[in-house]
Ligand binder design. Sequence first.
Ligand SMILES: Cc1cc2nc3c(=O)[nH]c(=O)nc-3n(C[C@H](O)[C@H](O)[C@H](O)COP(=O)(O)OP(=O)(O)OC[C@H]3O[C@@H](n4cnc5c(N)ncnc54)[C@H](O)[C@@H]3O)c2cc1C
Length: 392
Amino acid sequence: MILTDDQRALRDMAEAFARKEVMPIANQIDMEERTPDSLISKAAEFGLYGLYTPVEYGGAGADMVSVCLVCEEIAKASPAFAGALTVEMILCPAAVAILGTEEQKQRILPRSASGERLMAYSQSEPAGAGNVMEHLTRAIPDGNGYRLDGSKLYCTQGPAQTYLVMCRTRDKDGKEGFGCVIVEREAEGLHIAPYEHKLGWRGTNTGPIAFDNVRIEPENVLGDLLTGGFSHRAANHANLLGHVATSIGCAEGLFDLTLEYVKDRRLYGRNMSELQPISYWMAEAWAKIQACRALLYDTAAAFDRGEMQPATSNACKAFIGDACFEICCKLLQMWGGSGIMDSTGVNRYMRDAKAKTIAEGASEMHYAIIANQLFHNSPALVPPQTFVKGAA
Ligand SMILES: Cc1cc2nc3c(=O)[nH]c(=O)nc-3n(C[C@H](O)[C@H](O)[C@H](O)COP(=O)(O)OP(=O)(O)OC[C@H]3O[C@@H](n4cnc5c(N)ncnc54)[C@H](O)[C@@H]3O)c2cc1C
């Protein structure tokens, strides 16, 4: 697709930022399973966390195509850092912008956009991330507010200060629903367990959190108490697209390193790139990456126009996520034993690509959503409203 001058300029700036600030420490983030505070500060200064936040709340109000370009560039250097970024930059601010009252937007968005108080999104539970009606975390009426009880799995939180927690809800008349509440890190009764060691997306501090009678004031219910957990679909769709851009960046990052490697490496008296299967695999990987980019950016542009077809973000997530993992597996094969050794710093791309096929919903779940649309015309899949254009 043809980019505007602004989109091209932003992409180039993100590429320069990723090369200078992210790439040199990307292996360290993976090996030490920790993102240095200095990188968070530099990302904040660069404006990454506010990129998708509306201008009136301290952000840049960028369109989805621009957001995807930035996510792609950052992921070429560190797909793990980029993975957490989509939640902080897209999903959480968009959910607040869509569901929040004016007071909530003023209170939360400027501080998340500046990086002062980043946000985390907490939904997954042992019953299955998407199986929300069997979730056990509940907000129960208590005086003029609520109290939150339960626990969550796999919350990617890094240095997050503000948590958006999806929970079963009950109003004062006993009516049940699925809502979203805001919990600040300082809240009494919020317990953050040590993060999990994981295969990919390392350094993003993913782990369980628990709520023990956490007091929720009325002003910390986000959106309708009974439907808030379901009614920020535009935020979820936008986040899926940003997430997919990081899958593509992941495959491209490994592709670029592999291209240099096979050009330089001597094998059987010639450059590896002269071995026919190698040159064919590289060409095939390149073609597949171009196809993935075409699908993503076509979808992102449709999203910006408010014309995205139902379930296309799900299609991107499942199809491109799986394709990028397969591309990474093939590319890593070309490194032989050196690809398996951590010291070369390349196997993290394959591990991160795998994590991306599960995080934000496993591919099968997204295909199940598409199937539901195809065979049952599921009402949950009506085209989402665009967020940037301000529809609530
Ligand atoms: C690195 C990482 C970061 C994460 N960060 C967060 C976070 O910040 N916040 C958060 O809330 N969650 C987070 N998650 C959780 C993530 O969203 C879930 O792991 C994911 O949605 C899958 O849910 P599950 O683990 O409960 O798997 P399950 O729902 O138990 O599914 C297991 C497997 O069953 C298959 N499957 C699932 N659904 C279907 C279906 N409908 N049809 C056919 N097959 C199906 C798939 O193969 C799937 O992998 C993170 C996960 C990872 C890996």
